[in-house]
Design a protein around this ligand. Structure first.
Ligand SMILES: Cc1cc2nc3c(=O)[nH]c(=O)nc-3n(C[C@H](O)[C@H](O)[C@H](O)COP(=O)(O)OP(=O)(O)OC[C@H]3O[C@@H](n4cnc5c(N)ncnc54)[C@H](O)[C@@H]3O)c2cc1C
Length: 625
């Protein structure tokens, strides 16, 4: 591995736990350094021991670490970027909690019932109920910690509709809710002096399939190898929507790291076939690659925006004559996908979204961000239509956990946030993912804190751990030196096409099988990789992404093939109906080196939530405010 830089504060091997100051003033990261050659190969790497390792510095990871710190347990939070710069910051619309600020009939059981209805009853009832029940407290807590939620005129936390809800339940901070929330959590983490490391990428968990013992990765700035030794590892590393050609995430986030790491470590994955496509993403062919897939807020439709195909037909009349453009995300996304697939789209591969029939001043007042963004691209949305197409937005599937504690079935390995499956079932209700991060994050932190024992404070690093880690470091070095002909970026782009074409909004058996074959061909091409710039380069990061992405992509294709029905976000053109016999989750595991997929029945909700379901609250697709 690379030689550590001269300013690294190091001690001789055996001098444990010299404190090192993190880049965040006042916060110390206690790490054990080990600078002696650690093997006959002369590999040098840093060893870090911590009672709890939290992989992921978004809202979920931060909330877990805060809970641990408040119960006196030290953790180390790591992320692939600077602290405060997680995917969470992109969440705009809001976070759900049945506060009843405006609609006092609302309560947590109705929130749970709405979530189950939108999830087509594939959700884990425990996950849904714990989230809905705890959210009012979590919002008040965020407020107390400083999140500047919008207010009603009489000073209560304001709430709005967000997609399909029975009542106004979404709390928000303008159109920057995720960013404001993460700022609050990071500030709180600073106050509690929670240790952190930035720009660290985990590439493997130390696991024998039964028990986790830490993780291995590298410092993305120095290229130095890192062995994290910990008896408790919390995966909070996000989802995998960025695997698709068009997606609303950043290219270098949401690549499926968490799911691949978990599967390889012996954990189970669940329902990977459910991917939420937002109906209106920007079209790269029209506005430039950097804008491809970025969200055009649903508020444009909420404010009366109309969808037209190339022939000028308001096509939603054919798909949803009552709800029209305001129908559920999956319905509108499917309608647009069909128009494009059947040749009625624009030359750039989209459809038109038009709000120009509304008064220009009203549009400027209600949709300022959209007006400004398109103006910067030379388009006046008060005068002309924009071009949109569906974009992969959120992954409902993920790691299979027990929501009461975050346990994965591998001792010491927990997971939380967009990493896991369960809260959202077959489709996600807008505003529920931020809710899940903090509601379940607190519970996981609480549980991990309660099982920490005296032996966990300074876990030993055994020869076996070193052997596993060194094998990984050698593999990483050899990847960084790859001198073939094809770049990781090219292969990731091709992977995105495979998923878009074969596991997109409309799927069928022939397409999914073709996708698997194309994936095999892609895998063969990885033998000819070319990595530019070594261990600290973006090219190398993408090469690592590629290996995890292939695992997750294959699992998605296989589960989508297995589920021979249509439900929520999973639409099979060869099985267009929902089949009650398929009210089951698909559990993926690797047993004796073989991937297996099996069905598991879904539990029933509690009597209180059943009552709310039976009361039949209207799940309507309201105009956004
Ligand atoms: C455009 C957009 C708008 C959205 N709007 C809303 C909304 O209005 N309301 C709502 O509820 N939800 C919304 N969502 C979804 C929501 O933002 C996410 O589901 C949520 O923020 C996920 O939080 P998280 O903590 O689980 O993961 P993330 O915020 O994705 O954090 C993952 C962390 O893991 C780290 N990481 C990943 N891989 C590794 C690795 N290998 N090694 C080390 N670290 C790693 C990352 O660096 C990061 O720190 C939106 C999403 C998008 C894309």
């Amino acid at each position: 591995m690379t030689t550590p830089s001269a300013d690294d504060r190091r001690t001789r091997s055996g001098d444990r736990r010299e404190p090192t100051t993190g880049r965040d003033a006042g916060v110390e990261t206690r790490i054990e350094h080990d600078d002696g050659p650690a093997s006959a190969d002369g590999l040098e790497y840093e060893v870090v021991t911590t009672p709890v390792l939290v992989v992921g510095a978004g809202a979920a990871g931060a909330r877990v670490a805060i809970e641990l710190a408040e119960s006196g347990v030290e953790s180390l939070v790591i992320g692939k970027r600077d602290h405060g710069d997680a995917h969470t910051t992109w969440a705009a619309g809001g976070i759900n909690a049945a506060l009843g600020s405006l609609d006092d009939e609302d309560d947590w059981t109705i929130h749970a019932a709405d979530t189950l209805n939108e999830g087509h009853h594939l959700n884990d009832p425990d996950a849904v109920e714990l989230t809905a029940k705890h959210m009012p407290d979590r919002i008040r807590e965020l407020e107390a910690w400083g999140t500047p939620f919008d207010r009603t005129e009489d000073g209560r936390i304001n709430q709005r509709y967000f997609g399909a809800q029975s009542y106004r339940r979404t709390c928000f901070v303008g159109d920057r809710t995720g960013e404001a929330m993460l700022e609050t959590l990071v500030d709180r983490a600073r106050e509690l002096e929670i240790p952190k490391r930035e720009n660290v990428m985990i590439t493997r968990l130390l696991s024998d399939g039964e028990r986790v013992a830490g993780a291995v990765g590298f410092d993305m700035e120095s290229g130095r190898g890192l062995l994290f030794r910990s008896n408790h590892v919390v995966l909070a590393a996000g989802g995998f929507s960025a695997l698709y050609r068009r997606h609303s995430s950043r290219d270098d986030e949401n690549n499926g790291d968490a799911q691949a790491l978990a599967l390889e470590a012996g954990a189970r994955l669940l329902d990977l076939e459910f991917v939420q496509f937002h109906p209106t993403g920007m079209v790269g062919e029209r506005y430039g690659d950097e804008w491809d897939g970025r969200l055009v807020t649903e508020a444009v439709r909420g404010e009366g925006g109309r969808l037209y195909n190339e022939a000028g037909e308001r096509f939603m009349e054919r798909y949803s004559p009552d709800q029209m453009e305001l129908d559920a995300r999956d319905v509108v996304a499917r309608a647009i996908a069909r128009e494009i697939e059947e040749g009625r789209g624009t030359e750039h591969g989209g459809v038109y979204l038009d709000i120009s029939h509304r008064d220009a001043d009203y549009v400027r007042e209600r949709l300022p961000t959209m007006v400004d963004r398109f103006a910067s691209l030379g388009v006046d949305i008060t005068e002309e239509p924009i071009e949109v197409a569906p974009t992969a937005h959120y992954t409902m599937g993920g790691v299979d956990v027990d929501f009461r504690n975050g346990e994965t079935g591998v001792d010491g390995l927990y997971a939380v946030g967009e990493t896991v499956a369960g809260v959202h079932g077959a489709n996600r209700l807008g505003g529920n993912s931020l809710a899940e991060t903090v509601a379940i994050g607190k519970l996981v932190g609480d549980h991990v804190g309660s099982v920490i024992g005296a032996d966990d404070a300074e876990p030993d690093v055994t020869d076996e751990h070193r052997v596993l880690a060194e094998r990984e470091f050698l593999a990483l070095e050899s990847l960084a030196d790859a001198t073939g002909d094809v770049t990781p970026r090219e292969l990731l782009a091709d992977l995105g096409e495979v998923l878009w074409d074969h596991a997109g909004i409309l799927r069928d058996e022939a397409g999914l099988r073709a996708g698997l074959e194309e994936l095999d061909a892609l895998r063969e091409r990885t033998a000819d990789l070319h990595v530019d710039g070594g261990l600290t380069s973006k090219s190398f990061e993408y090469a690592v992404d590629l290996s995890v992405s292939l695992t997750v992509a294959e699992t998605m294709l296989r589960t989508a093939l297995e589920r021979t029905e249509s439900r929520g976000a999973h639409y099979r053109t060869d099985f267009p109906e929902t089949d009650e016999a398929w009210r089951a989750n698909l559990v993926v595991s690797v047993d004796d080196g073989e991937r297996s997929i099996r069905r598991r029945g879904v539990a029933d909700p509690s009597p209180a939530v059943r009552e709310a379901l039976e009361a039949g609250y209207e799940l309507d697709y309201h105009h956004l405010e």
